[in-house]
Write a protein that binds this ligand. Structure first.
Ligand SMILES: [Zn+2]
Length: 555
């Protein structure tokens, strides 16, 4: 019969334990010195060894032939605990035995002496699931425990336990296993199976297990069954349904090149390959988080990145402005919810990427002028062709551009400040868009009925101190409602942004006409916008970040 790696490798003794040294040391000393207590609380994330430790402790307490802290593993008591049929060790799951009756049953014979061992040991897993009545019943025994009773509680959510319980226990906090602890133990296992694995394969498993040894081991189990010969990173990716990191690096490079067309082709390819696009979005979140790490710490966040990928990550970290990376994180985080709302994961992903690319375009300004540090940081780098991304020259130019940035940015700022008329709002359309969710949130608190109408509004333009809100034709009623309550909406906008603005609610069909007449459609030809139009089949509607919208801010 096949025994899973996890069960094969489950430690039977404290000295077989990986990690959690602080806990192992304390328990070992207590056992050696006969200073064990009657109630333990093991807290920590899943798969960090809480119940394993509880069973070793139970064995050690009742072993007939213990050496120091080490249970013999052979005596009748040890055997029975291993087989799960000891009459002195009661192990229950708090999640499925949460009521007072179950706890009363469990404690019914608590005052009778143990049968064979020295102690009656009660292991309650997920103890936070117990009802209040059950806790109270437990507390009575816990307050005056018979000398032969030991409680071991395990929980993933210690904060849900009553303080009265916590205060009567000796508490141990189990931490997540580090990536290297997990990969080390995976290496041992794989060697014992006479198999080999690429280091990157084990690193991916370790990372995916999120600090849980049990998850890591059962994942390895699955992967070994799936593959034969050397376990490759690509095997693991396939088992986990993970999308190859190369795909994300490509996406990062499309962002550097502002090539939205390529990004959209990539989505189509993933879709055609039958990849789960929501999973792709989740992967993108961790990728851009890691990229932020690279950028701030100048090093890899984990050993899951082989050297070849690190070089690409460094390149991306140098060439993408921090706020672009944060915007990417923000965009991909919302894909899952939006996919649910729209009932279409592909559309949700396209929307997220379109916003990201168009936003990048907006931050540069329609006529190529930069409107702040964002564009200053990303524009020179973006003009470096992707094909030559590895050349020392482009890296150098990106660096020198970054070095020039603070001075340039402060010059721009002071120049803007002196030229700015005090009556004019000091805010960009993008800043308003960024704060729009906060504005909606506050409006909801002020008057939820009005917010329901305002939710259909799109921030389409800013001219002087007039913020233009667009509504689709079918939401004409919403437009009227919001416009009629403009004072309240304006107050909320003022409170959130700190800038006094008036609102002008229009139907989107009207803005098209208005803005075409202004003749400013210069960015219709921009690649990012063009790609968006191709995909969504629309026409350009002035967003207000063009010359007209911005012109109002200048003298
Ligand atoms: Zn024993």
């Amino acid at each position: 019969m096949y025994v899973s790696l996890y069960r094969q490798w489950r430690p039977q003794n404290f000295d077989e334990f990986v990690g959690q040294e602080h806990i192992v040391r304390t328990l070992t000393h207590a056992l050696e010195q006969g200073r064990t207590t009657h109630a333990y609380l093991f807290c920590g994330p899943r798969g960090t060894g809480k119940t394993t430790t509880a069973r070793i402790l139970a064995k050690a307490l009742n072993c007939h032939d213990r050496k120091g802290a080490k249970p013999c593993g052979k005596c009748s008591s040890c055997q029975q605990i291993t087989d799960g049929n000891s009459l002195d060790v009661f192990e229950i799951d708090g999640a499925s035995n949460r009521g007072i009756d179950e706890i009363r049953n469990l404690l019914e014979k608590v005052h009778f002496a143990p049968g064979e061992g020295r102690f009656k040991i009660y292991i309650i897993d997920e103890v936070h699931m117990l009802t209040n009545e059950a806790f109270n019943a437990l507390l009575k025994t816990l307050e005056e425990p018979p000398g032969h009773v030991v409680f071991i509680f395990a929980t993933t959510e210690a904060h849900k336990l009553p303080a009265t319980i916590i205060s009567r226990c000796q508490r141990f906090d189990f931490r997540r296993f580090s990536l290297s602890e997990i990969t080390d133990s995976l290496e041992k296992m794989i060697a014992s199976e006479n198999r080999t694995a690429e280091p990157a394969a084990l690193a991916i498993i370790a990372e995916h297990a999120d600090g849980g040894m049990r998850d890591a081991q059962s994942l390895l189990d699955q992967c070994l069954v799936f593959s034969s010969g050397i376990l490759k990173a690509s095997d693991v990716q396939e088992v986990l349904g993970i999308i190859d990191r190369r795909t994300y690096i490509d996406l990062g490079q499309f962002l550097v090149a502002r090539d939205m067309q390529a990004a959209f082709v990539q989505i189509e390819q993933l879709n055609a390959m039958g990849k789960d696009l929501q999973q792709f979005a989740r992967g993108a979140v961790s990728f851009f988080r890691d990229l932020l790490f690279f950028q701030t710490l100048k090093s890899a966040p984990s050993d899951a990145y082989p050297e070849s990928e690190r070089a690409d990550m460094r390149m991306l970290a140098q060439n993408l402005a921090p706020d672009v990376i944060v915007a990417a994180l923000d965009a991909f985080i919302h894909v899952e919810r939006e996919a649910k709302d729209l009932g279409d994961a592909r559309l949700a992903l396209q929307l997220a990427e379109a916003r990201l690319f168009v936003r990048q375009h907006d931050s540069l300004g329609s006529d190529g002028r930069s409107d702040g540090s964002t564009a200053l940081a990303s524009a020179p780098a973006a003009s470096a062709p992707v094909a030559s991304r590895k050349s020392a020259k482009s890296a150098k130019s990106a660096k020198s551009a970054a070095a020039d940035m603070p001075a340039a940015a402060s010059t721009t700022q002071s120049a803007t400040a002196t030229h700015m008329s005090p009556a004019m709002p000091v805010i960009s359309l993008n800043e308003i868009r960024d704060q729009w969710p906060a504005i909606m949130e506050m409006l909801k608190r002020e008057r939820i009925s009005l917010q329901a109408f305002a939710l259909e509004a799109r921030v389409v333009g800013l001219e002087g101190n007039v913020l233009k809100l667009g509504f689709e034709e079918k939401y004409a009623l919403h437009r009227d409602k919001v416009q009629s309550e403009n004072k309240l909406v304006e107050q909320v906008i003022h409170k959130v942004t700190g800038v006094p603005l008036q609102i002008n609610c229009v139907l989107l069909s009207e803005t098209g006409k208005v803005d075409t007449s202004s003749g400013n459609t210069s960015w219709q030809g921009e690649p990012a916008v063009k790609a968006a139009l191709d995909v969504f089949g629309g026409e350009v509607k002035q967003s207000g970040t063009g010359k007209d919208g911005r012109g109002g801010n200048k003298k």
